[in-house]
Ligand binder design. Sequence first.
Ligand code: ADP
Length: 378
Amino acid sequence: MALRVGVVGGGQLARMMVPAAVELGLDIRVLAEGPGMSAAIAATAEGDHRDVDVVRAFARDVDVLTFDHEHVPQDVLRTLVEHGVVVRPGPAPLGVAQDKIVMRQRLTELGLPVPDWAAVHDQTELRAFLDAHGGRAVVKTPRGGYDGKGVRVVTDASDADDWFTAAAETGAGQALLAEELVPFTRELAQSVARRPSGEIVAWPLVETVQRDGVCAEVIAPAPRSAGRLADEAEAIAVRIARELDVTGVLAVELFQTDDERILVNELAMRPHNTGHWTIDGSTTSQFEQHLRAVLDLPLGATGTHAPVAVMVNVLGGPADGDLGARYPGALEAFPEAKYHFYGKAPRPGRKVGHVTVVGEDVDDVVFRARAAAAHFDD
Ligand code: ADP
């Protein structure tokens, strides 16, 4: 019988697991939030991932349950495990990815390099943090943020009043995360995959470019990163995967600072935007690898097809909403580009697809990937 994987969440990450599952001959099912989700190309159930009965019913006849996002509540995850569902990654590692304060605490305990941080409960504590950090800080809501939503640069203790008020309304003394504003020279990301029996593989370290808090481009491997930097990034990601018992893909977002130091920003325990290039640029894509890893199958090779791969996101798409009308021009202009769209309606700032080009020379490949993606903008 085919191995059965259930994916909670119907976004583009679940969607991109589908072709990998088809090639491996896996039976993949998706629990989508509602109709018309990206992953509706797979056998799809619809329901609320916060409802334990819904998720239990979905998980009843799969061999392993995994995720398109990190939002399934801890009590739901723990109930599933109590009832014998194989959940990967498990509730403990997911608990770290779900809360940026918990994440900072665990990374600090592990002695890993992170920005200076504090959990702040009110204006007074934020003011103290600002005073200690030159009057500037980054404040983050610990839960539910993505793509820069829930991240704000503040220069005054009152700049986060609305979030303090919202946190107070949710009760339980919710704090905000205050961090030093890191003067990074660039952002990097290191992806690894780990299976329950312990095997770990790593892809090359990549450089990521964010615009307005959203990943815009990824260059693989990161230019000027061979040697110490790449080794250090890989060692950090491997250590996190082992210590937190992560299974599946783990993406570690990093800041590189002036002095060649790297600091850990964020963790994602699932395939990640910074790994999309692996579909066209690596022997094993992050989506195939995630499925292999959560099923505890031997992991695939992570070598690259070419010296450089560049992925550019299509953010928003054309104002007239007609992506299809742009295909003839784009596909003709850059036949070497690989186009990936997520079945999502264009909307300002929304990730609707991405384009990957591989080649020999970074500048040339960046140019072609950007130009190909630009066919879908206005
Ligand atoms: P999200 O979970 O919404 O993606 P992140 O914590 O990854 O939020 O932050 C989004 C972006 O904001 C980062 O990629 C980076 O560009 C910027 N950023 C976040 N934290 C800091 C920081 N401490 N110092 C400087 N820039 C930051």
